[in-house]
Unconditional design. Structure first.
Length: 291
């Protein structure tokens, strides 16, 4: 089990610059009020930069952010398939079957509220050799507007839920829609979590054409990539089938032909060689655990 961090939090350079700028602006207003326009303008621009950093999911301006796997993982020919917003009893079991058929591992960023509703499905994900990580408690639409206490309540409750169901405390966190603000990084540090976004995404919550989703995920596909799909909130094709189920088979085949192995994020982040692929993956058709 991963315990919360006991090391001190290191403030990102942009936030250090922000505090310095605000102090300088306050001093300017006191000592040179005729320069007030310049001081206020600088503060406004600074806040615009902070907002832009929070609205850019792959940004590292507000703190560390995993957008690609480490060089050691890329050297091993690994990619990480991450699947968000589940578990969904109408989609997740079929996703697990497809992964099993291809001997692939994935990381499921689960919404804790859904996990509480479908505990057996969460245990099934882990039993098949995949990883369950933290995607917040209820996936709030206003998540990026929360303060430190709101972040702590939302993320820690999800930690407790997912750890209770899987027996292992998550080590990675993905913000809802990837959006955040400067208060998130110190909370993640306190909880011992690492922010993880992605290298490329398929936009499969709104794109109904599997070919377009596949193209977005495979254009320039390379070792070290982190790919994003969804089993929860999945868009449907014109025939009513979840897009993720149409995309996964050709995506996994492309990875195989390119010599790439789909591993979980914890596997990719370890220093040594990854375990043999599929060693703990349950075969397709294995029954789920009871609730």
């Amino acid at each position: 089990m991963t315990l919360p961090s006991t090391t001190s939090w290191s403030m990102p350079p942009l936030l250090r610059a922000t505090f310095g700028l605000h102090a300088a602006a306050a001093g300017t207003l006191l000592l040179r009020p005729e320069w007030a326009g310049w001081a206020i303008g600088a503060v406004v621009l600074n806040h615009a930069a902070l907002t832009a950093a929070g609205l850019w999911p792959r940004s590292r301006w507000l703190g560390p952010n995993l957008v690609r796997l480490p060089p050691a993982s890329a050297a091993r020919g690994e990619v990480a398939l991450t699947i968000d917003d589940g578990p969904d009893p109408a989609v997740t079991p079929a996703v697990l079957e497809l992964l099993a058929r291809h001997g692939a591992r994935a990381t499921f960023f689960c919404i804790a509220q859904h996990a509480r509703e479908h505990p057996a499905l969460v245990r099934e994900i882990v039993a098949r050799g995949h990883s369950v990580q933290n995607h917040s408690d209820v996936h709030r639409h206003n998540f990026s507007l929360l303060g430190p206490r709101g972040f702590l309540r939302e993320i820690e409750r999800a930690q407790q839920t997912l750890a209770g169901l899987t027996g292992e405390r998550p080590t990675c966190f993905r913000a809802p829609a990837g959006l955040r603000n400067p208060f998130l990084d110190p909370v993640l540090h306190r909880l011992g979590l690492r922010l993880a976004s992605w290298t490329r995404r398929g936009y499969d919550t709104r794109e109904r054409d599997p070919a377009r989703v596949l193209q977005r995920l495979t254009r320039g596909l390379a070792a070290g990539d982190i790919l994003l799909l969804h089993d929860g909130n999945a868009a449907r094709t014109a025939q009513g089938r979840p897009v993720v189920l149409e995309v996964l088979p050709p995506l996994l085949e492309r990875c195989r032909h390119a010599g790439l192995r789909c591993v979980t994020l914890p596997q990719a982040l370890q220093a040594g060689p990854s375990p043999i692929p599929g060693a703990a993956v349950r075969p397709a058709g294995t029954a789920s655990h009871p609730s």
